[in-house]
Design a protein around this ligand. Sequence first.
Ligand code: ZN
Length: 318
Amino acid sequence: MRRRTLLAAPALLLFPRAEAQTALPVVASFSILADIAKQVGRDRVAVSAVAGADVDSHGFQPRPSDVEPIARAAVLLRNGLGFDPWFDRLVQASGSRATVITASEGVTPLMTRGHHHHDHGDHGHHHGEGRRRHHSVEPALRPDPHAWQDVRNAMLYAENAARGLAAADPAGADAYRAALAAYRGRLQALEEEIRRGIATVPEARRVVVTAHQAFGYFGAAYGVRFLAPQGVSEHSEPSAAEVARLIRFIRAERVTAVFIENVRNPALLQRIAQESGARIGGRLYSDALSRPDGPAPTYEAMMRHNLSLLVPAMRGGA
Ligand code: ZN
């Protein structure tokens, strides 16, 4: 930073102030959102994610060192829909007065109820509290936070991010608008690619088993039924009866698409696959990107990677 300032100093005499400014510091709660912000911010922004590659954001435990980048950021991006309440607490702890953008603003949320005995987490309380609170009552309907799995929602995320960047950096407004337009075009192509890919699978074969219910929006948008032993946000083990029911379903329906996820321990799914005779079709990226050298370093790469696994697995031997 210091060296850069020294090198830039002579330029201050020749160019308007904006030309010498360093990148706008932006912090997103998780990796997928950070990538979307990068796509619309390009070289005007320096984006980091609190929950990085392959990290599960549900019930994420921030470190004290996560506060400082947030305190320095000019724009803060949260998913909302109950996904990242820990990020809101970090922002509060940081004393930041930066622009806070809710990426999911404008999304029509899918509502879920989940299983009563391991329903928790969407309001940031712990397992024990959740169990006590919901033990004898029907759990309230809550929004499914995984809105980015529908590409049209990712477009909303990008629009919201661009709006936040332009508010904090008005000199870059035109650049953000142009980058957003280009990104929207690529997302439109991605959306069509997903629809074409799913269309090659006979409707009756469009059934997938994953580790947790992260693909509700994907399923609703593209016509695929997703089943999972774990619900929308919790980590607790499903009951033996629930696992047995899922195994019976996989056998009866001859489900050929069974996947582990990058943010979840694969043990449960491996057991389910073994007992049902299904084959694990690979690792889906649900709630976090891969590292840069992995198969899903950007949102677009993540969606294409998942599609490339889902389609052949659903088609099975057919
Ligand atoms: Zn999730």
